[in-house]
Ligand binder design. Sequence first.
Ligand code: ATP
Ligand code: MG
Length: 404
Amino acid sequence: MTDVTESQESVQPGGAAESTTTGAEITLTNVTKRYPGSKNPAVDDVTMTIPAGKIVILVGPSGCGKTTTMRMINRLIEPTSGTIRIDGEDTQSLNPDKLRRKIGYAIQQAGLFPHFTVAQNIGVVPGLLGWDKKKIADRVDELLDLVGLDVDTFRNRYPRQLSGGQQQRVGVARALAADPPVLLMDEPFGAVDPITRGNLQDELLRLQDELHKTIVFVTHDFDEAVKLGDKIAVLGNSSKILQYDTPEAILANPADDTVAGFVGAGASLKQLTLLRVRDVELRQEAVTVSVDESPAAVREKLANSRHLYALVLDRRNRPSRWVHARDLPRATSLATAGKPLRDMVSTQSTLQDALEAMLAEGGAVPVTGPQGQYAGTIHLETVIDTIQTLREERNDDGAAQEEQ
Ligand SMILES: Nc1ncnc2c1ncn2[C@@H]1O[C@H](COP(=O)(O)OP(=O)(O)OP(=O)(O)O)[C@@H](O)[C@H]1O
Ligand SMILES: [Mg+2]
């Protein structure tokens, strides 16, 4: 870490508000780690490809070798055998210090230097790379902004003056400082409360939308894996890969009982992302009116129903607005009365999408079929019933397996 003579290397600092370095593919080939004096290898013959620009999650029980696997990528731990390539380059052929400056690293409890300010913490790697003071200061401000921390408030604070979630944000900013193509994140959000954790996860996804880094992310938490991962590697002892696939594929089809155990209790809720609106019952009870009808006619229709709202369909039968009974006396045309739809779903949407739309729209959400035409409404009760059924099916399966 003290070697500053190699400062002229090729890492290009991002200019103001731009990040240019996108992800690099990482390949592990027959990678094994034996710690001296241990009977079993901590990591045994692991071969996997981590695609460029994707988030790959390593999930598995405590002690299974996740951290060891991750730290071999930046050579904080040296493999006993096997090859790791980043962007085709064998990491053994690189100077380890140089390698580590191209790989951002964020860990639980942020691992910030306690006697450095926030700005000094974020500026560590750029400093080692020999950037000038002005460039480092600009980069620090840019990164604080990127991770949602107010520059003037936080730049000169010390880690102990930050909340856990703020420390994690600084940790992420520090990992991103030199705009590395690869980020290694070892349970980075493990030590914060669930709400902060959810926010940090959302932020990471937002950042990744902009940055397209290759991110290797370790967690114990399968929900976190499903939320963040483009792919998930479920690991057993010695980092044996039990399943390596998209979250959807793993949820729908766990490779074996161990993986199924990991998928765990929240599986029915997670399965909402795998079910489509077309798979559940739609209701036809909403009052629908054509945009060409008169407000008076709609008042009458609503008066004859038990509903307070009508769904306005355009001339091609596509849902366009909700109009409330109380909007009608003053309305001149249904084209402008009431409120435009905030959200709707199609029969192709997932039940997760539908649930999110319900949170925006209220209890019932219009569903469109082919050509965007109105197909009915989907209701919160239907989603809740579906979750219940999935849960029961899962319990039945579980019970059947235990009996065998
Ligand atoms: N420096 C070391 N010397 C000897 N054994 C070690 C060393 N570091 C880790 N191990 C062992 O290697 C195995 C894998 O450890 P590792 O830290 O990679 O697990 P992990 O999956 O990250 O666990 P956790 O989820 O608890 O963080 C464990 O059995 C651990 O005891
Ligand atoms: Mg670990």
